[in-house]
Design a protein around this ligand. Sequence first.
Ligand code: BGC
Length: 824
Amino acid sequence: MLSQKTADSSAFQADRAAGPCEETSRLYEQARALVSQMTLEEKACLLSGADDWNTKPVGRLGLGKTMVADGPHGLRKEVLPVPQVGKQTVPATCFPTAAVTACSFDRALLFEFGAAIAEECRAEDVSVILGPGLNCKRSPLCGRNFEYFSEDPVVSGELASAYVNGVQSQNVGACVKHFALNNQELRRLIVDSVADERAMFELYLSSFERVIKNARPWTVMCSYNRVKGEHAADNRWLLTDVLRGRWGFDGLVMSDWGAVNDRVKGVAAGLDLEMPYIDDYRDKLIEQAVADGTLDESDVDRCAERVCALTLRAKGREPLEHRHEAHHALARKAAAESMVLLKNEELLLPLKKGRSVAVIGAFAMTPRYQGAGSSKVNPVCVDCPFDELVKLGVNAEYAPGYDPERDEPDESLLAEASRLAADSDIAVVFAGLPDRYESEGFDREKANMPKCHAELVRRVQQANPNVVAVVMGGSVVDMGWEAGAKSILLAYLGGEAVGGAVADVLTGAVCPGGRLAESWPMALEDNPSYAYFPGYPHTVEYRESIFVGYRYYDTAQKPVRYPFGFGLSYTSFSYGNLSVGGETLDDGETLAVSCDVTNAGKRAGSEVVQLYVSHRSDVMFCAEQELKGFEKVFLQPGETATVRFTLTRRDLSYYNANASGWRVEGGEYEIRLSSSSRNVRLRKTVLAEPDADQVVPDFRQSAPCYYDLSDGINVPDDAFAALLGAPLPKREREPGDPFTQNSTLSEAKHSLIAQVIAAIGKKEIARRKADGDIGGNGDEELLYESPLRLLASSGTGFGPKQVEGIVMMLNGKFFAGLKHMLGR
Ligand code: BGC
């Protein structure tokens, strides 16, 4: 049986900006007409939100407001705070997080999922969902990894494009975030992400480029951190030169919440909308800057037009009824099709009918299914894995095994779990990362699970060797306990229906189809960013350059626990009939690549065919291989499908920082069709002519460490400086440096003023805690490590003007500062 199942993989085009489409041009004409009737005050006013979630209306011109809400894996729409309970959000479907949906490698699923979230937005009159998040997973420790897709920009960019297309098919806007290089939570408002341009374009910007070009998101959210020394919120290079100039972005850029550093500079740089509303101080600064000639009014007009265009775009959408039941079913399907079967010795899974199963671990009753912080959804209902297993006919009994609030093992819980395991045919242990281990706002310090979880796997295995581990958590965990489990199912944070989804996969109702979108190293220390993550206090140096994830592990031939792209199935697949449509790929050409994949097993299942390109250079350093495309196919037993890809020159190119563009070095390029980064099934070499206008970057003398990774990533200062083409930016504040709005209380802690402010801040935190209004962002570490300018939006009673006064006082101008604070 031969069926032509899949469409061509979307060819990713070369470095060219897309022109605005007709509809967008019309929208901007209307927006321009509106803005031309506004006063400067009205325009400046429009450039910051009305409150936490809305843009401002201009009543006299009939311009309404636009509501935005978090995202990304479900709608988080705030309603008025309830006394004693704190902030409330409307019930919404909590879909699986990006960490797990990325493993689906399934564009159609991501489209469906985006459309469903947008339907909930329509039901709640929300115009823009604040997602997807597609920052690259540089380190397993980033506290926000659960919200991001992958360590690979093709996976992140393709799946995020599908999500955005799904959202926007409902006439709801998506907001691609956090642009850019926001790969750690520690000091995220201050830290300068120092990466060489090649790494930036090949890894950290390229996923954004793909989404901008493929899916034209309505909005982009700039990140908190600095890039090339400047805050993303006032970074002209990022927001205008790259985003609009090179990629042709034609939507609105909003700030991350509280990310604005210098509002006037931001307007000129292309930051259209400041979120959330703080007060009108900064709007006035914009007016003033125009009046005194430091800001061009046309820059203000441009930003105001984009705000108007967003509101016009969102108009005329039909509301919808909630469809929670259908969305819960979709959340279950998405989770089941995404989770990854890592190990299945003796084919322990799927569970055989009639066997007695000990279901062990508190996560089996109260699963971990989403992360903490701004993405936290108020779920409609959460499936309990144990109940769902029973509903599917599993003969199960339960023991908690550990106290979910504690790290230390509890001997009596362990003994009870062991007894149950010994009395059962199979033990399924639910383990992973508790909420307190990972969140927006902080990074993990270690990769381990709580001791009581790891110990539980070991102890249960002693009682019964037939152990299945189900792992829940937002990111890579240390698996020192791996030998204790014959089967491992990685559920990540699978959303409110994770219980049903786990039951589907364990019982075989669904054949596992997930493949890892990030490498699982043997040990955290193996990660290429290990020595340089997180960066503190002022810079984070991306010294590993392009060697992120499998690009490093495969080049260094480092053993990994589970490679990128890996995942088992209950069936098996054979590959054949590789066809490459030519011997060369030269200028103006494309290259068709295809192969046949056959389901060689006895049950229906899916396979993810991954296309990598491998190129060796005599001059520049290269990764062993890079993913350039993937296709997922669903096949009945015995069925064969032809999987097709189209390669362009861009797929062979590297980013040449001197030429500020993509170039093909030329020579041999091996095309590999693989089922993981470590399992090449078919390969063929083609030739490519070099691009003429290039000097191939040669760091063999100045940074030889990048050419031999056998000792890991050890990059001396001078080598990294050579790669950057500039001296290393200053890492910390030196004694005598003036304080600024970006100084932290920790830097000023010896001053009395800082101590007074810290005391006020602590009081506020205590009050909010008492009100139940505290998320991942609210603890004392953040008070000390956040920039002073954040005080203006922290509810401490200080406004932007007071913050300016505080900075003056810290710099020894006590009375002038006090006067400034008190002045109007
Ligand atoms: C987060 C964003 C989020 C915003 C609004 C910020 O702290 O970084 O991802 O969309 O808050 O909640």
